[in-house]
Design a protein around this ligand. Structure first.
Ligand code: PLP
Length: 425
């Protein structure tokens, strides 16, 4: 397309880097998600809520590191904590530290957990939560939902595939999210059910919001089977002060966390009811080992505490997500009557291009076969040209402190895009 030709012409250094990188990295990078055709854009710097690519274009960062970059690229409190910890504590010490305990206490209080354990990513958090649930129940099977994404080795959607490194046979996929009747039937029919693992908003699956009745119903169905109800809040914990478990009163047995809670550094955590988390208590004979050299690394523990305790306070969280809801409403208004629609909750925004422009998306199957990838690609190329860094797949994760004017300009850019291509939108 003409837009793709302009992309190639405008980004010679990104292309050159890609050409070099494919010699050492399969496909040129280490995150499948970041691969885009004809080549990914290579960034060289981030500052506040902006990023610059290697060809020196400046962008308003609406990728927000897929929600991990919530606090922006250079929050002074985060930078100060990293520097302070480096000089006063040093890097990892091969021992537990007060930073670890202090952050655990904060996570437990904020997300209503009896006990918590740290990991290095959301993927790890989910793998350990599943292992814990299996150990606790003495069973193996796990129910998940189509479109669900719980990490690189735990993807259950068309756009988010990838059950690798885990045994496929152990997972039973409910073919529609938000369909309680179907979920009840599937859960009820599984022999040896250890856990039900679900997101309160399917993030990577398209920012599809789960209904409260659905989620509570799923929890009850899991409980009836004596299975552990695990809520994956790796993406959604930013949406309310106590995560969506708190806001929606979901009372999960276990919760998994990650992303921004490491203040921009690698992080994951899993926690929940004492009765379940006890399986990880090394004082208990037969308990489950959970090690990891970097689980409690000093920088992440101290930075995480600053991120959650000082920067992303409950008040800041509420105000930020309310504003974000307003932003999504404005985008929806601009897109009304077109093939573009917006989904999500608070600062998590999904955009979709479908044949009929449906706004009512309750599960991935609602848009199956209707997605207009050609329009999505065009949108990506043209938003880059307009100075907005968005994901190719359709996720916007807002950054705290992005100036209102930048968001206003994005709304204008979307409006201009739809006007420019009226004939095909
Ligand atoms: N769970 C959810 C809901 C996610 O969105 C993600 C990442 O996008 C993960 C788990 C995996 O987290 P990580 O990429 O830190 O392994």
């Amino acid at each position: 397309s003409a837009a793709e030709a302009r992309f190639i012409a405008n980004n010679p250094l990104s292309k050159a880097q890609h050409d070099l990188a494919i010699g050492t990295l399969p496909g040129g990078n280490t995150r499948t998600l970041l691969h885009t055709s004809p080549f990914p854009l290579a960034m060289k710097q981030g500052k506040d809520s902006y990023v610059w690519d290697v060809d020196n274009h400046k962008y308003v960062d609406l990728v927000g590191e897929l929600t991990a970059g919530l606090l922006g690229h250079s929050h002074p409190a985060i930078h100060a904590t990293i520097q302070h910890t480096l000089t006063t504590t040093g890097l990892s010490l091969g021992a537990t530290t007060a930073h670890e305990h202090a952050y655990a206490a904060l996570l437990c209080a904020r997300f209503h957990l009896d006990r918590v354990r740290m990991a290095n990513s959301g993927t790890e958090a989910n793998l350990h939560a599943l292992a814990g649930a299996r150990h606790h129940t003495g069973r193996r099977k796990v129910v998940v939902f189509s479109g669900g994404y719980h990490g690189a080795v735990l993807g259950f959607g068309e756009g988010t595939p990838g059950v690798n490194a885990v045994d496929r046979e152990d997972f039973v996929v409910v073919p529609r999210y938000n369909d309680l009747g179907l979920a009840r039937r599937v859960i009820g029919g599984v022999e040896g059910l250890a856990a039900v693992l679900v997101e309160a908003v399917q993030g990577a699956g398209g920012c599809i919001v789960g209904g409260r009745e659905f989620l509570v119903g799923v929890r009850e169905a899991a409980r009836e089977k004596g299975a552990v109800f695990i809520l994956d809040e790796v993406m959604t914990s930013r949406l309310a002060p106590g995560g969506l478990a708190g806001e929606m009163g979901l009372e999960p047995d276990m919760v998994t966390l990650g992303k921004y809670l490491g203040g921009g550094l690698a992080f994951g955590a899993f926690g929940g009811r004492e009765e379940v988390m006890r399986v990880y208590d090394p004082r208990v004979p037969g308990s489950l080992p959970h090690s990891g050299t970097f689980n409690n690394n000093t920088l992440v523990m101290s930075v995480g505490k600053t991120a959650l305790g000082e920067v992303y306070t409950p008040e800041v969280c509420v105000e930020f997500n309310e504003k974000a809801d307003g932003f999504r409403e404005r985008l929806k208004g601009v897109a009304k009557g077109s093939r573009l629609s917006f989904t999500g909750k608070g600062s998590l925004i999904g955009f979709h291009f479908t044949e009929d422009g449906t706004e009512n998306i309750t599960c991935g199957e609602d848009v199956k076969g209707k997605t207009r990838q050609d329009l999505k690609d065009l949108f990506w190329f043209e938003m880059l040209e307009a100075g907005f860094w968005v994901t190719r797949r359709g996720l916007i994760a807002l950054i705290l402190g992005t100036p209102e004017e930048d968001l206003d300009q994005f709304v204008e850019a979307v409006k201009a895009f739809l006007g420019r291509h009226k004939a095909i939108m």
